[in-house]
Each structure stands twice: as C-alpha cells, then as structure tokens.
Design a protein around this ligand. Sequence first.
Ligand SMILES: Cc1cc2nc3c(=O)[nH]c(=O)nc-3n(C[C@H](O)[C@H](O)[C@H](O)COP(=O)(O)OP(=O)(O)OC[C@H]3O[C@@H](n4cnc5c(N)ncnc54)[C@H](O)[C@@H]3O)c2cc1C
Length: 466
Amino acid sequence: MTSVAEGVIDRGAVDELQASFGGELVRPDDGDYDEHRKVWNGSIDRRPGLIARCAGVADVRHAVRFAREHELVVAVRGGGHSFPGLSVCDDGMLIDLGPMKGIRVDPETGTVRAQAGVLLGELDRETQAFGLAVPAGIVTHTGLAGLTLGGGIGWIMRKYGLTIDQLQSVDVITADGELVKASEDHNADLFWGVRGGGGNFGIVTDFEFRLNPLGPYVVAGPVFWSMEDAPDVLRFYRDWVADCPDDLMTIVVQRRAPALPVVPPDLVGKLVVAVVACYAGPIEDGERVVRPLKEFGSPVLDLCQPKPYLAHQQMFDPSFRPGWWYYVRSCDVAELADDVIDIVVEHGTRITSPVSSIALWQMGGAVARVGEDATAFNGRHAGFTFNINGNSQTADGFEAERQWARDYWSALAPHHTSVYVNFLMEEGEDRVRQAYGADKYDRLKALKRAYDPTNFFRLNQNIKPD
Ligand SMILES: Cc1cc2nc3c(=O)[nH]c(=O)nc-3n(C[C@H](O)[C@H](O)[C@H](O)COP(=O)(O)OP(=O)(O)OC[C@H]3O[C@@H](n4cnc5c(N)ncnc54)[C@H](O)[C@@H]3O)c2cc1C
C-alpha cells in the first residue's frame, strides 16, 4: 500500500503509473501544479496529491485503478465549474478530463459525439458550423460533462429540451475501471441515472447527443430598465411570458450595469433589471415576439436584436470570469406571484457588488413535456429557477455578498419548490434529496449500490449507497 503523507503520493508508484499513462501526471512540486489545481471559483483552494491529466479513456481507467489500489480520495474534473468546487480535492487524486477535447459532428445522422473535457463554447462552435446545436448552458467556458450530468438548462431548452433530453448514449468508466455503455436499450437503469444523477455512478468519458437545427442567427439579447421600474417590469414580464411560444426563452437579471463596451458610461454601476431573450426560430417571428418587451416602459438600454447564436452564447462570459469568488443560492418557484415579485424587488435593490447578480430562469416548454420519471432530473414542472449569485472579485467583501444571497434566498423560502442539483453548493444530504424528490432519491440510491457500492465517486452532489 502506498502511503499518502501530507498530500504526497509515493514517487515510485507514480513513476510506475506514468509508464502506462498517455497524458500528464502533475505533482505538487511541478511548475504547472498551481495552474492545473485551480478551478473556476476563486474561493476554492485545494491541493491534490496528484493530478492525472487524462489524454483518453485508457488513462481514465489507469487513474481509477491506481486510485482504488492506493485508496486515494478522488475528484473528477470536466470543466471545473462546480460552484462548490467539487472537482478538486485536498490530497488524493484529481482525475482531470480537460485534455479530452474530441468532438465529431455527423450531420447525416444528426448526432454529435463529445468527450468529457469539452467546454460549451467548443461544442457550439463545431455544431453551429452546420447550423445545428445541442441545448446546453449560457456561459461558454462551462464544462459540458458536469452540466450534462446534472440536466443542463439554457437558451434553447424550451424549444428542444434539456441537454440530457438530447443524449443518445454515454460511455462510463465505473469504480472498478470497467467501460460500460449506457443508452435507452443498453444498461437503461444507468442511462436513466446519468441523466440528472451527476457523477455518482462513474466517469463519463464520451457523450453522444442528438442535434437540432438552429440559426445561425437568432433574435437575442437583453433589454434593461432602471431597478426603480422593477415592480412594473416584472409584472409585465410575468403576463407577457405566460403566453409566449416555446421558441422564446428568457432570463431576468438583476445587477449593477457592468463596465462593458456596449454599456454607456453613465449607466455603468447603476442598479438595473434586464430581461434577456433568445428566440430559437425565424428572425422575423422573433422580432415580432420580442416587440412588446422592447416597447414596454422606458428601457435604459436595448441590446435585443438579430445576432449569431455563438455571439449570444458569449454574452454572459465577462460576468463570470474564472478566479473571482463565487457563492450561489438557488431554488425553483412555481410562479411569479405578487409576493415573489415584491421579494425580488426588495432584495434586488440591495445589490452592492459590481459582480453580484441574480438570474431568474423561465422554465417550461419542451422541458416539461418529457415525463417526470423519464430521467433522474427533477423539477421539470418548475415555473422559474432562481440563481442568486453573491460574488466578489477577491476575498474582500465576499462574506457580505454571501450574506446578501442567503437573505434573498431565505426570503423566498415560503415559495421554494425544488432546486436544480447543478446550482447547489455543499448543502448536505437533505438538500440533495430535495433536489431529486424522495422517490427518485431512493431509486438513485439503489443505482448507486449497484454501480458504486463503496462510494468511490463521492466528491459530487453525493447520493450515498446506504
Ligand atoms: C459560470 C457558470 C455558468 C453556468 N451556467 C449554467 C447553465 O447555463 N446551465 C446549467 O444547467 N448549468 C449551469 N451552470 C452549472 C453547471 O452546470 C455546473 O457547475 C456543472 O457542474 C459544471 O460542469 P463542469 O464540467 O464545468 O464542472 P466540474 O466542476 O468539472 O464538475 C462538476 C461535478 O461533475 C463531476 N464531473 C465532471 N465531469 C464528469 C464526468 N465526465 N464524469 C463524471 N463526473 C463528472 C465532478 O466530479 C463534479 O462533481 C453554470 C455554472 C457556472 C460556474
């Protein structure tokens, strides 16, 4: 047995692993160690004993077997965007899938295969070259793997469904290092579980998705009003989206106007409420559908117009830079009742940090047309999903931002229904159970007992086998 003392794994054993490893093994005394242990959330600072940067499936198998043999705690990293930093550990081994960037679009079958290190922007670039897309998230540097395994919500989900609703098959490396394929007709239990159950059952090395026609131009972007207008804007918004077509997806944002070239200097730093739209159908239809939004009240800035989908996908990137300090509280609500709107108005006016914000996601459409029990993902019938981000650029002021997010979320507590598992911090087993609902949680536990009875994969929103 190799000893793990102070986070250092026996050199001889690592040298042996290197002999069969195609990628890079990074140790604490290597020059690029800090670069590779860093994750998106700057408030997370953990030091793995070894980082296994996998070049392919064979490396993943070697890494899993090595970690098992040496009883190492294991973190698995796709894009490193877990809000609570679950994709890096202290001591033990970080299995980093980042180098696995393969993408193969097949326009004839309307499918795409993507490896576990692919980021959303990379996938979009390849698929949009053919006027096709997989519905995924709204920030291009997010990892496809972690996002998909939790469900995947984004700009075109109301038309085409969640990211998991496009999945045709996955390749999984299990806790004993075996390769298992899962699809509707092969290991269907596992296929059900990976569509929402996160990385609990193994390391997914390869995803196969169905593709959908999109753009490449869409009508998209934000319309901003002063936060003082939020009571009227939010009531108008609630009524307007109630009847809108599924081609339209919207997110309400509250924040201080960011210092970006598209924002007039006199607006920067002012409290604003925005409705960000994306219409996933013909441009003329989109222009007609968003017209009432653009004409409501007195917008202070209107950036909603025809643009390449790829450009729209990058819109939020500057607001969520890697390395800033991030904290999130999240919940689903059934509807934007008047008292929910009152809470949104009150807490929105208390934003102080230039990088704190909320995103209020409109759900429904194709997401809700898939059966509640078809996948492990819960919350298909949520009306709206809150993502309350208490952020700061450094440690300075972080605690105050976290408190703002907690207060906002607590005020909404009477209206909480479920919560999206990918928007959880480390909030304990009860919250994971809440995210799945009691029945699905029990089913997921049974699956965990079948595929990972020792809870080898436990740095995730963990479903304990017992
Ligand atoms: C800036 C930002 C924007 C976001 N936007 C959206 C959005 O628009 N829509 C949305 O649905 N979510 C969104 N999220 C949430 C996002 O889905 C999760 O943070 C997700 O976990 C990120 O995936 P990742 O691969 O980058 O994460 P990682 O931190 O690498 O991994 C997250 C979890 O998944 C596990 N994991 C990762 N890869 C694998 C794998 N191949 N096999 C098994 N387990 C694996 C990890 O061990 C960890 O537990 C966003 C998050 C951030 C930070």
